[in-house]
Design a protein around this ligand. Structure first.
Ligand code: ATP
Length: 256
């Protein structure tokens, strides 16, 4: 594997009182690659995710993103650092339409509107126009053309999930964190999601960290898979290797 490392998690530990939610995890993720993160409920996946978006403070260890420790990056700067995310429960601005929800993702990145008070009017206008162009491209990219003016609450759930993805991509993240994107989707919708996740990697060059219980999705899109249990890494490798790893099968895949 000659790809460049974008994310380097080093002996990360997260304690909640007496609970070791993450127990000395180390792994790397390659730039422009998809890393699947699997494990049973309570394995520590969400906690790890929250550390990556700075919603959670590690007890020890470090996370290097593009060679720099995230330990000094405040939560509100994380999008500007180049890390985007979606949530297990879709979180959009319900009173806004699709286009405005996507545009919000550009402002989070500290572009146009966010700096409006310090920039000249003409420059702001140009940046706003660029953001609108990008929003339009991403709306098309996610198969949402025609929905621009619709309130997100009027869209079916699978489309709301796509709006969330388009919004996360507005800030041109180097790394996209996807928290169970297949949850609540039917078989056909998961097939569409597979293509979209691959397209984000292949056409936008974005690295993706994918937390997912939907094994068919993880195994078919991931370049590498890390399996966790009780806060620890129990296996790491190609999807084909992980699918037949004895410990993974015993603790997770072979359940029931
Ligand atoms: P799931 O697949 O159900 O989302 P997970 O792998 O994401 O599970 P986490 O949510 O990270 O697992 O939980 C790891 C452990 O840490 C669990 O034992 C959980 O109860 C505990 N935990 C998580 N967050 C907190 C918190 N804020 N306070 C106390 N304990 C917590």
């Amino acid at each position: 594997d000659t790809s460049m490392t974008i994310l380097d998690v080093r002996e990360l530990v997260v304690r909640f009182g007496g609970i070791l939610a993450v127990d000395s995890i180390s792994f790397t993720a390659g730039a422009g690659r998809i890393l699947g993160l699997i494990g049973p409920n309570g394995a520590g996946k969400t906690t790890l995710f929250n550390c990556l978006s700075r919603l959670c403070q590690p007890s020890s260890g470090d996370i290097l993103f593009r060679g720099r420790s995230l330990s000094t990056v405040p939560r509100h700067r994380i999008a500007r650092e180049g890390i985007g995310r979606t949530f297990q429960n879709v979180s959009l601005f319900d009173h806004l339409d699709v286009q405005d929800n996507v545009l919000v993702g550009g402002h989070v990145a500290g572009q146009a509107g966010f700096l409006a008070h310090t920039l000249r009017i003409r420059r702001v206008a140009r940046e706003e126009a660029e953001l609108r162009d990008r929003a339009r491209e991403l709306i098309a990219f996610m198969g949402l053309s025609g929905t621009e003016g619709r309130r997100v609450t009027d869209l079916p759930f699978p489309l709301r999930k796509r709006v969330e993805l388009a919004r996360a991509l507005m800030s041109r993240p180097h790394l996209l964190l996807l928290d169970e994107p297949a949850a609540g989707l039917n078989h056909e919708e998961v097939d569409v999601l597979k293509d979209q996740i691959r397209a984000i990697r292949d056409r936008l060059g974005t690295a993706i960290l994918l937390v997912e219980h939907h094994m068919n999705l993880v195994m078919s899109v991931s370049d590498k898979v890390v399996a966790m249990n009780f806060g620890r890494k129990i296996a790491e490798g190609l999807p084909s290797e992980i699918a037949r790893d004895p410990e993974v099968v015993r603790t997770y895949l072979g359940a029931g």
